[in-house]
Design a protein around this ligand. Sequence first.
Ligand SMILES: [Zn+2]
Length: 450
Amino acid sequence: MADATTQQSSRSRDLDKLLLRPGHLVGPAFEPGTELRDDLQKYVRILVVGAGGLGCELLKDLALSGFKNLEVIDMDRIEVSNLNRQFLFRLEDVGKPKAEVAAKRVMERVSGVNIVPHFCRIEDKELEFYSEFSIIVLGLDSIEARSYINAVACGFLEYDSNDNPQEQTMKPMVDGGTEGFKGHARVILPGMTPCFECTIWLFPPQVKFPLCTLAETPRTAAHCIEYAHLIKWDEVHSGKSFDPDNPEHMQWVYLEAAKRAELFGIPGVTYSLTQGVVKNIIPAIASTNAIISAACALETLKIASGCSKTLSNYLTYNGVEGLHTKVTEFVKDKDCLVCGPGILIELDTSVTLKMFIDLVEDHPKLLVSGASVTHRGKNLYMQAPPVLEEMTRSNLSLPLFELMDKFPKGVVHVTGTAGKGDNRQSCLRKLRVAFKGVDGITDTDMAGGA
Ligand SMILES: [Zn+2]
């Protein structure tokens, strides 16, 4: 076995080509040298959000890219169906927290790397937790979770008096996502490039096939399956609802779909495709995860070291037929409530925290309920857990101006829930508060705000 030094130098051989030499494509502040490599290992702290298919790949790639201080957060436990692609997990791990097993396995294989696992919901961590990382890398499959982390990271961004983002408060994010043979990798530099919320329209509501296509002009195997599932089932089984977990029901739909496909000369109806279409299962493909993770790890290295300019700013990968990749430069939404300077709220110095919370909950643009308020990492009022609620309750009757240490203006963070009915989800809003009549703040300064 090679000794530790040889092993170490052979591991950084490829990395050294990027970090030790100057070049034409490097970023503006790039200073090549062994010091840079050592600093990356010593000072850069990376949080990986998600320890599923993409998260496993990300942890491995980042560890092998020389990063030594990694943390991973995931609320799920390992299931048997994960094992085909979430390659850090074994049969004996089923039932254990993904974050803990993933961290342990990578540390066993890559010497010198330290990975701290967090087995909890992302909302359970204080905002301070997220502020301590140099870069946040996302390997998630949910839009809600992305939206939340995006709001947290953008919440750290501060703007100067001319509404220019202050670079030292910028928390970079690298977001990966995969769906079957398709995937994306994007770089979010809050204040500079569009945040997740600026381009939320990239996730359109799921398209269902029009019923007339299913009934009259089927063209694909999926059309035939949906015809059997949505139309034929009701015709034949009046009143009896279809149960996707009942194998007899599924078999019936499959046979009907096969008959219809034969009638229209359409190939490709199989039992497993029937299950996939009816249950809306999108297969997870290990190679897609590997490719997207590699792109994300490289962008992370570029942000951390400046060894090259970052992706600008959204890479899509499509391996459905042949292979196609493309980079699109999306633009920021200048009115974005999440990464912009924040909604400006102008207050009298006498307004109490309770009055402020009522105002926020009634604000037509914010739509927050159950609001908790923090200022510079200090909890002014927390709705939960009960012990924090009790500790902060007495603040409600105090003027916000005093709670914010009598600064004429400042940024407060409000967390709560937004949305209606079953669609409620955690949200975080950044608000700029300015107090009237303090330190030369006049009403004219506020023109164009709110
Ligand atoms: Zn935005």
